[in-house]
Design a protein around this ligand. Structure first.
Ligand SMILES: [Zn+2]
Length: 494
C-alpha cells in the first residue's frame, strides 16, 4: 500500500511498510521514473523543489515540500522551502539586462559588482590562487548559464552547442550529468563558431524553462527536467540560423540563411508580429549582435548589418581593402558615444565608425585589444579616445599584452575595470597570440581601483576560448584545455 501526499506543486507517495517518500510528479516535470531517483541525486532534487531532507533520523531519504518534522519519528527536518532568493542569473558575459542603455549590450560586460569583492584581495604583484575548483564539464567546448529556471535553487548548465550536448551540474553530488533529449528529433546543435553563440533568458520562466536558444534548424524554447535529467524544446520558428538572436526594445531578431543570401527574422518579445526582411548580404557566420542606440549590429568579415526595429535592415560593406579584427574583442565607444570597430587596411590598424556607409576612420599605431571602453595597447590601458595615447603606468608593461575578457560596469567609476589575461614577455603579433601560439606565462588579473593577480597560468593556448562566468557567488574561469574550472569567492551578490 502507498499513501498519496499532495503539496501545492507535487504529488508524493509514501510506502506504508518502509515509511519512505518518493516523488510521483511535480509541476513542469515530465514523467518521474521511480528508478531514476537514485539516492545520490535526492539532495539536489530536494533543493530544486524546495522539499525537505532528514537531519538526524534515517526514516526516509526525502520528504515532501514544507515538511518540518519526520512523520514517523518526529525528528526535525531540513526544510528547504522558502529559503531566500537565489543569487543573480548568469547568461554568458554578453547577456546582462541590467546594464544601462548607454553601455552597448551583447559585449562581454556585466553589471554585477565583481570589483567590490575582488579588489579586497592583496594587490599585484602578490600572487593569487583560485579559492575553489570544480571539474570541467565532460564536453568542454561550451557556454554556461546559471539560473533558477523556475525552481527553488540556482543551478548551472553548460551547453556544448557544436555537439548537441546539454550538461547539468549537481552541486550537492559534485558531478556533471549529461541530460538526454526527451524526443530524439530535438537538436540543440548550433554550428556557427563558438564566439557567436548567445541564448536569451526567459523573462519570467515557467518551471524548467531555460530560454530562447538558436539552433541550426531554428529558434527554440528550451526546457530542462533535472529530476529525470532530460531536456525538451518547443519551436519558435524554423530556419537555418546564421546568427545568434538579439533583443532591442521588446523586439527579438536574428539572421537566417536563405537561398539567395541572408534574411532578418524579427518578432515582438511575445513572438507575435513576425516579420522577415530579405537582405543583400552574404550568407554564413555572423558575430552575436550588439545592441546600442536603439539598433542591433551584427558584424561579419565582410561588413555590418544594422537594424532598427520597425525599419528594414541595412547592410554596409566594409571600406575596400579594410578588414575587421573581430577576434580583438568587439566594438568600443568614443567619448561622444559613437561605436567603433578595429580593423586593418593592409598597411595599418584603424578604428572605423559603425552604423554609417561612410563611417569615419581613425588611424592607429598598433593593435588594441578589448571592447566597450575596456581597451589595451599591449600592456597599457587606453582610457581616453579608443585611438588616443595609451596610459603608461609602468614601461615594463611594453613587454606584455593584455586581453580583456569581461568588463565590470560600474557607474561610479571613471576608469573601466574588468577581468583580463596578461601575456608576459610577449612581443609578437596580437593575431598570433589569439590563434594557436602557446604563451609561456599568463596571469589572470582583475584591473580596477587596484590590480589583483587571481592566478598564474603556464603554457596557455587559444586564450579566446577562456570563458568567465558567475555562479554560486563565485567568479569562475573555464578553458577547454583545463581539467578544473577555477573559481574566486565573491561577497554575496544582489
Ligand atoms: Zn524519522
Amino acid at each position: 500500500m502507498v499513501h498519496r501526499w499532495e503539496t501545492s506543486g507535487s504529488v508524493w507517495l509514501e510506502d506504508e511498510h518502509t515509511a519512505q517518500f518518493e516523488l510521483a510528479s511535480s509541476e513542469g516535470l515530465g514523467r518521474v521514473e521511480r528508478e531514476a531517483q537514485s539516492r545520490g541525486r535526492l539532495p539536489d532534487i530536494a533543493h530544486l523543489l524546495g522539499a525537505s531532507l532528514p537531519l538526524s533520523c534515517d526514516c526516509s531519504p526525502i520528504y515532501p515540500e514544507g515538511f518540518a518534522f519526520c512523520p514517523t519519528c518526529g525528528a526535525p527536518l531540513d526544510k528547504l522551502a522558502g529559503r531566500g532568493t537565489p543569487p543573480p542569473d548568469w547568461w554568458g558575459p554578453w547577456s546582462d539586462r541590467l546594464l544601462p542603455r548607454h553601455v552597448p549590450h551583447g559585449l562581454s560586460v556585466t553589471a554585477l559588482a565583481l570589483g567590490d569583492s575582488l579588489e579586497e584581495r592583496p594587490a599585484a604583484p602578490a600572487p593569487g590562487r583560485p579559492d575553489r575548483t570544480m571539474p570541467a564539464p565532460p564536453n568542454a567546448h561550451c557556454v554556461f548559464a546559471a539560473g533558477a529556471f523556475g525552481f527553488s535553487a540556482q543551478r548551472l548548465i553548460a551547453l556544448a552547442h557544436a555537439r548537441n550536448v546539454l550538461q547539468y551540474w549537481d552541486p550537492l553530488g559534485a558531478a556533471w550529468h549529461v541530460m538526454a533529449a526527451e524526443d530524439n528529433t530535438s537538436d540543440l546543435t548550433f554550428s556557427a563558431p563558438a564566439s557567436s553563440y548567445a541564448w536569451l533568458p526567459a523573462p519570467d520562466p515557467l518551471r524548467g524553462e531555460v530560454g530562447l536558444v538558436p539552433t541550426d534548424r531554428g529558434l527554440r524554447r528550451l526546457f530542462i527536467d533535472p529530476v529525470s535529467e532530460t531536456w525538451r524544446t518547443e519551436s519558435v520558428f524554423d530556419g537555418h540560423l546564421a546568427s545568434a538572436p538579439g533583443t532591442m526594445r521588446r523586439h527579438v531578431a536574428c539572421l537566417v540563411n536563405g537561398e539567395a543570401g541572408v534574411r532578418l527574422w524579427s518578432a515582438h518579445s511575445d513572438m507575435s508580429n513576425e516579420v522577415v526582411y530579405e537582405c543583400e548580404a552574404p550568407a554564413g557566420h555572423w558575430e552575436r549582435p550588439v545592441g546600442y542606440d536603439g539598433k542591433l549590429f551584427w558584424l561579419h568579415a565582410q561588413g555590418q548589418m544594422v537594424w532598427q526595429p520597425g525599419a528594414p535592415p541595412q547592410w554596409i560593406a566594409w571600406p575596400a581593402g579594410w578588414s575587421p579584427r573581430l577576434q580583438f574583442g568587439g566594438p568600443t565607444q568614443s567619448r561622444d558615444g559613437r561605436l567603433w570597430q578595429i580593423g586593418h587596411d593592409g598597411q595599418a590598424y584603424s578604428f572605423l565608425e559603425l552604423g554609417k556607409a561612410d563611417g569615419q576612420l581613425e588611424a592607429l599605431s598598433g593593435a588594441r585589444l578589448g571592447f566597450a571602453s575596456l581597451l589595451f595597447r599591449r600592456g597599457h590601458a587606453v582610457v581616453g579616445e579608443p585611438w588616443g595615447q595609451e596610459h603608461v603606468e609602468d614601461p615594463h608593461d611594453d613587454d606584455a599584452m593584455v586581453l580583456p575578457l569581461l568588463r565590470g560596469f560600474n557607474n561610479n567609476r571613471s576608469q573601466p575595470s574588468g577581468l583580463v589575461l596578461r601575456f608576459h614577455q610577449y612581443t609578437g603579433m596580437a593575431e598570433d597570440a589569439l590563434a594557436g601560439r602557446i604563451i609561456a606565462r599568463t596571469t589572470v588579473e582583475w584591473i580596477g581601483k587596484r590590480n589583483v593577480i587571481l592566478d598564474d597560468i603556464a603554457r596557455l593556448a587559444r586564450p579566446l576560448e577562456c570563458v568567465p562566468f558567475v555562479y554560486d557567488n563565485c567568479l569562475w574561469l573555464h578553458h577547454p584545455d583545463w581539467n578544473q574550472v577555477r573559481g574566486w569567492h565573491l561577497d554575496a551578490l544582489s
